[in-house]
Design a protein around this ligand. Sequence first.
Ligand code: GSH
Length: 216
Amino acid sequence: MPMLKLVSFKLCPFVQRSVILLKEKKIDFEISYIDLSNPPEWFLALSPMGKVPILEVDSTVLFESAIINEYLNEVNPPSLHPVDPLDKAQNRAWMEYTSTLYMSFFKLMMSKEKKEGEKVVLSMHQQLDVLEQIKGSDLWFNGNKFSMVDISAAPLFMRLVFLKQACGLDVLTGRPRLQAWSDNLLQRDSVKHSVVEDFSEIILNRMHGAGSFLVN
Ligand SMILES: N[C@@H](CCC(=O)N[C@@H](CS)C(=O)NCC(=O)O)C(=O)O
């Protein structure tokens, strides 16, 4: 087994996806956190795009969370993708789709003006509607089989729960399938233990620092 070292930033949803996958597959790994506003030299030397996550696999460095997760999934069977190539491709497309919602969440969190934030909320509603339509009524995205798509969406739902609890903004209202998906995901051990203990406090501090309309 190679030695795995994941480099993270405490609020990054993309690293969180890798953490969930590693925990699902019960793979040993080390994790270190950097301050993205002041990234250390050693990190900039290793990360071609200056972004987290990077995963050191012995002395080889991987970057881009989707690529990292595909690698981890492939070398640690059984695969958490559907077997059929068309289903697998479609799943990967929906994984990519969930990434756009992280961008929206970030924009919302950093919006200073209410008007600006409301525009983001509106586009999040449209993005979530699409997801509500595609998600079946089963436990997971692929029926009763927990898969990579579920992992991709879990950090999103954790942030949406934060929005509801800390800011009183519930964007899942009227979307029962997404609400159930969120509840199921957030009960899973791998998801529960995929962030640092003071995760909510750190997001709140970040929002205060950014002058977010949601907390001011
Ligand atoms: N497509 C990348 C996105 C990673 C990403 O945006 N990471 C953010 C933190 S959540 C980052 O490192 N940002 C630093 C920067 O853009 O300079 C992936 O999935 O790994």
